[in-house]
Design a protein around this ligand. Sequence first.
Ligand code: GLN
Length: 546
Amino acid sequence: MTRYIFITGGVISGLGKGIVTASIGRILQAKGFKVTAIKIDPYLNYDAGTLRPTEHGEVWVTEDGGEIDQDLGHYERFMDITLTKDHNITSGKIYFNVISKERRGEYLGQTVQPIPHVTDEIKGWIKRVADKSKVDFLLVEIGGVVGDYENILFLEAARQLNIENPGRVLFVHVAYLPVPRTIGEMKTKPVQHSVKRLREIGIQPDFIIARSEYELDDVRRKKIALYCNVKEEYIISDPDLELVYELPIIFDKEGLGDKILEKFGLSSRPTHLKRWRSFVDALKNSRGIISIAIVGKYFATGKYSLPDAYVSVIEAIRHACAHFKVKPDLHYINAEMFEKDPRLVSSLSMFDGIIVPGGFGSKGVEGKILAIKYARENKIPFLGLCYGFQLSVVEYARNVCGLEGANTTEIDLDTPHPVVDLLPEQKKIIEESRFGGSMRLGGHKVLIKEGTLAYELYEKTVIVERFRHRYEINPEYVPVLEEKGFIFSGESEDGIKQLGELPREAHPYFIGSQFHPEFTSRPLKPNPLFRGLVEAGLKRRRMKRR
Ligand code: GLN
């Protein structure tokens, strides 16, 4: 029977509850258990597809086409599992179901209320996932912070689940301990208050994860134990780490896995984390370095720049680097810089590899095209992801095929050469302004042509990768692009081109994909396209040294 572990947050958001959840999952798996996880996002959007990337970070795409909070990406990466849309619950989804049921007359005669109707809907959803996935442990991360208006009904549902399933529910509270510079001491009061809020709701945490810049000391541990009603050994220190992947190792060192088992009345087991440890060791302690530039646009929010919008791309680079036992030296470059001063593009020569990631709209597009041209002409290993791939085709059309003014119709409807154009099924959707959840989404088959770089990397002729787009390579322009040397090395079953590359005689590594390979990259199984980029980048680095 499935056991439930709820993870709640205290004091501030952005503490890395997702990483904590994923790490707990990883250590339980390393003890031989079957684990899965649900992320609860209390916002009213139905899913994350319509959220602004600079505000909310990247949108994670599941195999079944869900557009979801990036925490699901952490779960999939840390636990190497494939999740579905059902593993993300939003208030939007819950209310949508409740109101639909009410309209269908399913509550006939009743007054429909937050309790029990909304809470029942939440519990029903969680139990459905538990039944379907048949896991030993279902982790449920409740987004936001205890005390928010938004998540109160989710906490209430968790409280009820605990009462209805005695001995099968645990609560882990992740709370922040500030160290104010003027005081110079780690303060526990905010944690005490957030646990108090939790207990007012009727939830007594079993574990407290003490998130702070520094390690928790004994004095503070005792204090939290006393005020929060949690035994000292169930208070786990979680200091800032150089690498998020270290957290399962830290948790294991603190014996968190066995303590969880003990709380559930299960006997302790050894943790098998050997390969994970060598992965972390490769990223932390390798001497070799590779420098990679991500030329994008979603970096700035107000005064702060946040590479969060590209988190999966960054993680995929890390996985590939660990494979070759080198450390990544990542540079985030705002493409608009090249638009303001095109001469700056030559600064890209200092990098071992260049990535132009996915994106939407016209901002930074010409800058990205300049970067792609530079990578192509100067033989710098290049990987184009989705928009990056489409723009590499635009660049080739303009500068090699001589199709002046070639463009994607996403930004220029009147272009004389629409080399990238709306997918036929998307035309109607756009006309009707049905933007939510209407892109071509999720896992689709790609057929790879033998004898190409793509085939060399994937070593197979059929792959499944994840997509999120509205536009495609216009089939009318494929012949002229091919005639001028561009190779389309992969296509979908309906013949639309999904992978493009330059011949190896022309360029050491130039490849782009309509799909997002970053979504299938895993710590111990890097995605082939990223692996290829790092390998080619390391060759370039060695040659530059000589
Ligand atoms: N804007 C492009 C499209 O919709 C690319 C999308 C992306 O990069 N995810 O096709």
